[in-house]
Design a protein around this ligand. Sequence first.
Ligand SMILES: Cc1ncc(COP(=O)(O)O)c(C=O)c1O
Length: 435
Amino acid sequence: MFGLGLPLLSRTMLKRGTIAMKTTQMPVSNRANSIAPSSTLAITARVRQMKEEGRDVIGFGAGEPDFATPDRISDAAIQALRSGMTRYVPVPGTPQAREAVAEKLREENGIDCSAEHVVISNGGKFSLYLAFQAIVNPGDEVLMPTPAWVSYKPMIELAGGTLVEIPTTADANFLATPEQFDAAITPKTRAIVLNSPSNPCGTMYDPDAMRAICDVLARHDHVTLISDEIYERLIYGARTHLSPGSIDFMRDRTVTINGLSKAFAATGWRVGYACAPGHDGAIAKAMGKMQSQMTSSVTAFTLPALVVALEQCQGEVAAMREVFEQRAKLMYDAVSTWPGVTCAPPMGAFYVFPDISAAFGSSTADGRHIASAGDFAAALLDDTGVAVVPGDDFLGCGPHHIRLSFALDEDSIVTGCQRIGAWMDALVGMGESGS
Ligand SMILES: Cc1ncc(COP(=O)(O)O)c(C=O)c1O
């Protein structure tokens, strides 16, 4: 459909300009056309625009902490900038920064690794992109429990892979079982993606569940595990996080992804990292090689700040986590009062992912029909100024859900949730569709 290339066109036609319309209509590749823009970033942009227009908006859409980056981290970057750290640095990061990451992963996560296994990239997002590019060949299958974060599927497909979903349910807290993994793995399975705690579900695997999944992988040694641990520091209650890369037989088969964005309230810094100790760091080397042709290193003066974040900011991270924990409770209690809505309890990250499908088949007071999470979110935003993310793009049972971030102040959480509850109460024909 997009194959009409310039070489096929005659010079005469070009000169006459007869094909001007066609060429300007098709300026992009099939690859670029094949992926959708990030729906979560689109909601954030819409809320920002509405606020700029002076509208009273409460945004539950943003996937980023509302805190400022701790001063200590910013000061380290400013100092590095002032002292002249403005030139190219090694592609995977300075030796000091890579060692700080390796030390963090050894000490906090129990992963047996060293600096040469670490690649620092422009956000965990680019670390993930490079990991898929480094691991997946065209035709390979990549397994992933769904609902899942919106960017994995396009990244897998950009690497030529095929996503194979492992569907989970709200009743099971959106956690896949070892049996499901065992049944889904085939000779074509190249990798598995685990994101614990999860965006968008807000739930996580406890250490026993993680070990049980890894026990399955022990029987399938052609499969690499990509463990996205970006929310690892934001977990609630008495829960603990287990990095699968710390299990001895998984060390060589796990790529661990993390970064500054979520735990250190540093989403705009664009600093993420990957650690792949297996096979003498072969995957890390491949990722570094590709990064050398794409972005080179991250911004040089963020690297000393990364070291400070990992080595000195435990207190700041703990304080932010505590606030998130209080908000998680507030949010869960509020969501639980909405008519016909069920919600898994938030265990980690800063999201709740309630099932709002009881509203499907209903209508707003002025007659707009609600048949999907997208309809729900659009009508809600129009009527109440409250922005949520429809779950459609999160795959699996996602289309029955909306995602709400609790990375906003308590007053906004209470007011926003009250507005949603009252708006749902006023829907005509709620719960009559049986969906
Ligand atoms: C599950 C998950 N992984 C990775 C990322 C990437 O974060 P960043 O690129 O800001 O480090 C995000 C960001 O929203 C996320 O939710």
